[in-house]
Design a protein around this ligand. Structure first.
Ligand code: F6P
Length: 575
């Protein structure tokens, strides 16, 4: 374990100054913009292809200076360098944290750390690229039809079985990059141990053309192993029923060899499940589950979009890794966004953070970010075991615009809570459609529907920032009794992120951006953003409770009165 005790940020002058500012803070974005013609330009930054406008945040130069001071004192930049060079900054698990190594290009003379670096005796670049080559070769075989099922038919459906980081990343990326998926190939994702999930996902599939990828870092996760066994049972039963395989152990293991591959760090457990190690893709304990979509965990995506696109995806991550490593703090976008989150969470009392993609293909991005941000920074102790000294983490949530507008934006616009929001949009849609009908009210015939869509993106951030005063409402002739209900306070902070197009590279850039926002916040708070002990207790208790649910009366009697009564009711209701 290499990390020394973290700085307590609350003891710094910067923290004190920020607290003082927050005490009498009355932000006025209308005045700030009116008095400062350069505000938008000064607070707009570029990271790779991402243009990030921070100007509609509750931010002044004075606040920014103190936040940057906090980043400096907490050592965000040196700790990032320690992370990418393999120091064991995951102290509670005594592990390196090297997801950035997963996307280093195969070639490059100016890499930092230099090409060929080793960590704990491992040749990191060599192992990463050997695994990627194996994943790419497999992806090519499936895509070309060279890899067939047991009856010789080509694969049409890939079912990824995983949960948490072994599911949320692949499904989010697959959904986001649908326009790049090879025609005739489909991916599905089974995660929940609720049997309805695998039932629904396999009900209409042809076993002869279905390939399962069992994705589990530990290969010990109850949900994933249960679903993998159910999938194997389904395969054997369906292939047997149609006469495609004989009723012998040999035929069944032959079917598994052609219809199951695995991704895991625990290759011996993969073999014990009956999957040939030749058909297994490894990764390493220095890749956290929620940081793993760019490892072999992304195999389903590599099959769907192909190796070339997957390389572009990884290159996108690397672009932002380089930005994070080499850009001064005052222009470093992930650092600035992480600092703003600290400002809102610790000084202005924000408890949640909305992520609102104006891109339907990003519809799973908020769910993906929930694991990345909340499993990483939802902690009450620091990396030396001492209690945190301030609030940590934020509740991340969101839905794609404009759906969210018609659901929960009311609360963001006029509720009593401060909800900072990230708006994400792309300039060029995958499908540009025009509305030619001419009967859409204000919309002219031939209107570009994507522009109509983005008009909402611009309008929402504007409304949130500048609001609508009572005088403006009155000037519209509104009767006095409802003026206050129709008034908008404004000063509701947003960040606008604009990219040219949702390419694999841009998606990689967006993911890396949020990874490094999480890192920045975790460093300021002094917490280990790379462990997840908080999920263990529930897992242990589920195993202890299973016998009670199965009818073991001693196990039932051992429960507390509430749990016992609930299980008893369940058993009574169960047919
Ligand atoms: O329960 C949390 C967790 O450990 C996540 O961190 C991880 O992504 C998920 O479970 C799945 O774990 P595995 O990939 O080992 O099956």
């Amino acid at each position: 374990m290499t990390e020394s005790a973290p700085l307590d940020p609350t003891t710094t002058d910067a923290w004190q100054l920020l607290s003082d500012i927050a005490t009498d803070f009355s932000p006025d974005l209308r005045a700030w913009f009116a008095d400062d013609a350069g505000r938008a330009e000064r607070y707009t930054f570029q990271a790779g292809d991402l243009t990030v406008d921070l100007s509609k945040n509750l931010l002044t130069d004075e606040i920014l200076a103190q936040l940057l001071q906090l980043a400096e004192l907490s050592g965000v930049a040196p700790r990032y360098r320690a992370m990418i060079s393999g120091e064991h900054i995951n102290v509670t698990e005594d592990r390196a944290v090297l997801h950035t190594a997963l996307r280093r290009p195969a070639e490059g003379s100016d890499l930092e750390p230099p090409k060929g670096f080793t960590v704990d005796g491992q040749d990191i670049d060599g192992d990463v690229h050997a695994t990627l080559d194996k994943v790419y070769a497999f992806a090519d075989k499936v895509r070309s039809g060279e890899w067939t099922g047991v009856t010789g038919r080509r694969i049409e459906t890939v079912v990824n079985i995983g949960i948490g980081g072994s599911d949320l990343g692949p499904v989010m990326v697959y959904e986001a990059l649908k326009p790049y998926v090879q025609a005739g190939l489909e991916c599905r994702f089974v995660s929940n141990i609720d049997p309805s999930d695998i039932y629904e996902k396999t009900a209409d599939l042809d076993p002869e053309t279905t390939l399962f990828i069992v994705a589990s870092k530990t290969f010990g996760t109850l949900e994933t192993l249960t679903n993998a066994r159910l999938a194997r049972q389904w395969l054997w039963e369906r292939l047997g029923r149609s006469g495609a395989i004989a009723d012998t152990d040999e035929a069944r293991s032959g079917a598994v060899a052609k219809h199951f591959v695995a991704v895991s760090t625990a290759l011996e457990k993969v073999a014990a499940f009956g999957i040939d190690p030749e058909n297994a893709f490894g990764f390493w304990d220095w890749v956290g589950g929620r940081y793993s979509v760019d490892s072999a965990i992304g195999t389903s995506v590599a099959v769907a979009i192909g190796p070339d696109r997957f390389r572009e995806f990884l290159a996108g991550f690397h672009t932002i890794d380089e930005h994070m490593r080499s850009t001064p703090l005052e222009r470093n976008v992930p650092v600035l966004m992480g600092l703003l989150n600290v400002w809102y969470a610790d000084f202005l009392g924000a408890q949640s953070h909305a992520v609102l993609p104006y891109a339907q293909y990003l519809h799973r991005f908020p769910a993906y970010l929930q694991q990345l941000t909340m499993e990483s920074n939802g902690k009450s102790v620091r990396w030396d075991g001492s209690p945190v000294t301030t609030d940590t983490g934020e509740i991340f949530w969101g839905e794609p615009g404009t759906n969210g507008q018609h659901a929960f934006y009311q609360l963001i616009h006029q509720g009593t809570r401060l909800i900072p929001a990230d708006f994400i949009a792309v300039a060029n849609p995958a499908h540009g459609l025009t509305d030619d009908s001419g009967d859409g009210g204000a919309v002219e015939p031939g209107a570009d529907v994507h522009s109509l869509f983005l008009a909402n993106f611009f309008a929402q951030t504007k409304a949130l920032a500048f609001g609508k005063t009572a005088e403006e409402v009155r000037a519209e002739g509104t009767k006095e009794s409802i003026v206050s209900a129709r008034t908008f306070s404004g000063n509701r902070p947003t960040t606008s992120i604009l990219a040219p197009e949702l390419t694999p590279s841009v998606l990689g850039q967006l993911i890396a951006l949020y990874e490094h926002i999480v890192f920045t916040e975790g460093t300021i708070w002094g917490i280990d953003s790379f462990d997840q002990w908080g999920v263990e207790l529930g897992k242990q208790l589920a195993l202890q409770i299973t016998p009670a649910v199965d009818g073991d009366t001693d196990a039932l009697d051992a429960q507390d009165s509430s749990t016992k009564a609930l299980i008893a009711k369940y058993l009574e209701l169960r047919r």
